[in-house]
Design a protein around this ligand. Structure first.
Ligand code: ADP
Ligand code: ASP
Ligand code: MG
Length: 402
């Protein structure tokens, strides 16, 4: 019997009606003779709502109680999904991350999965039950519940699929598959029928919200066939494996809610600063004036406080005299299949060509990615321009399903 892991995202579970519809899909797979493990996210945008509640009572952005709070969203969905399946006559059991045997590192708000003990899930599968697991959570060795970072249910699914040696891991979402760019921003983006792990990993790392980057890394490590597909349509989705026929550019990604951190100092230890910044999740950097002692870093608004306090604590050691921040920035990334392809296209990539604005900076982000940062108000226009120059003309070169 094949084991299939299916993950349903928030939009796919927004209402009880949608939960019942997803339950029908699960039963459909079960009736084909597959054993089913289903990972669920919180309903709709309830995780945002829970975050808002925590902000109303506390300025603490991460921690034990915040994880306890956020993880409830997935527990609601998983209990409701099991009840919906049982109501339709399909035996099912709901499990928290801990009950499913998901062990994680002890890090609130962004823990990595370290081990999965599959015994309990396998016992229930043997009894003919569909196993429903609450995504986005696990238990650390000290017994503490930790969450996996926003979008982390994808990672739960890929990690479970790897541990169970599943035949397939479906990420069921609100688009038909992986596109060459976010189809809600770039309306003429084209859908991939198949794609390789590495290209998807880079797209995800650079902000393509369709899948959590750690999920792709788990699937790649254990060579789990991954399918990104819609919860609503019959489209066959995008199949991810190790083979590719993408020749040069994989896609464009666009990130909002970013900030600039500008560092000034006569004798700044730039190399050291850049290394520290990379380690603390900075999106991109630029040595603005090689001789004028200014560095620019682009960070997520959510990471700003952490970055500033890291810099503050090493300020003297790193030779930083002044730190300035600017909000409402965006970044556009052009994802090449490798460094070599990026190098070949360098001549085309003059940022001024795309938009003659003062405030456009090309930034260093990832070896295979060309990135610019821009004022947020121009971000989506800039993304469309970059897309038109590099992608629209080249659609015929990709393994796309139009
Ligand atoms: P879920 O709740 O199912 O996890 P998400 O909102 O996290 O769904 O991810 C799906 C969304 O990802 C889509 O609605 C789409 O707007 C966005 N997205 C961003 N980049 C891409 C891309 N390259 N291909 C497809 N969707 C993308
Ligand atoms: N519910 C969590 C979030 O909104 C995890 C997930 O959906 O994957 O980030
Ligand atoms: Mg998601």
């Amino acid at each position: 019997m094949a084991i299939i892991v299916q993950k349903y995202g928030g939009t796919s579970l927004q209402t009880t009606e949608r939960i019942r519809q997803a339950a029908n899909r699960i039963i459909g797979e079960r009736e084909k003779g597959n054993q089913m493990v289903v990972v669920v996210s919180a309903m709709g945008d309830s995780t945002n709502h829970l975050e808002q509640l925590s902000r109303e009572v506390s300025s603490c952005t991460n921690g034990r109680e915040k994880d306890l709070l956020l993880s409830t969203g997935e527990q609601v969905s998983c209990a409701l999904m099991a009840l919906a399946l049982q109501e339709k006559g399909q035996a099912a059991i709901a499990m928290t991350g801990e009950q499913a045997g998901i062990e994680v590192e002890y890090l609130h708000g962004n823990a990595k999965v370290t081990a999965i003990h599959t015994k309990c899930m396998k016992k229930e599968l043997q009894k003919g039950k569909v196993v429903i697991v609450a995504g986005f959570q696990g238990v650390a060795a000290n017994g503490e519940l930790c969450t996996l970072g926003r979008g982390g249910s994808d990672t739960t699914a890929a990690a479970l699929a790897a541990a169970l040696k599943a035949d397939r891991c479906d990420i069921c979402t609100d688009v038909d598959g992986v596109y060459t760019a976010d189809p809600r921003v770039i309306l003429n983006a084209a859908i991939y029928s198949y794609m390789d792990y590495d290209s998807l990993l880079t797209m995800a790392e650079m902000g393509a919200g369709v899948i959590h980057p750690r999920a792709v890394a788990h699937a790649k490590e254990y060579q789990v066939p991954l399918v990104i597909r819609s919860s609503f349509s019959e489209h066959e989705g995008t199949w991810i494996s190790k083979d590719t026929s993408i020749s040069s550019v994989a896609g464009v990604t666009y990130q909002k809610n970013l900030c600039h951190v500008r560092l000034f100092g006569r004798r700044m230890k730039k190399e050291k600063i850049l290394r520290r910044m990379k380690d603390s999740g900075v999106i991109g950097t630029k040595d603005v004036h090689a001789h004028l002692d200014e560095l620019l870093a682009v960070v997520k608004k959510d990471d700003l406080d952490q970055t500033i306090s890291m810099l503050d604590s090493y300020k003297d050691q790193l030779g930083v005299q002044t730190i300035q921040t600017e909000i409402q920035k965006a970044a556009i990334h052009l994802i090449f299949v490798n460094e070599e392809e990026k190098r070949k296209q360098t001549a085309l990539m003059n940022e001024k060509k795309f938009m003659p604005l003062e405030d456009v900076h090309s930034i260093d982000s990832h070896p295979a990615v060309w990135s610019v940062s821009v004022q947020e108000e121009y971000g989506s226009d800039m993304a469309r321009r970059v897309y038109d120059v590099f992608m629209t003309e080249n659609h015929h070169k990709f393994p796309l399903a139009y």
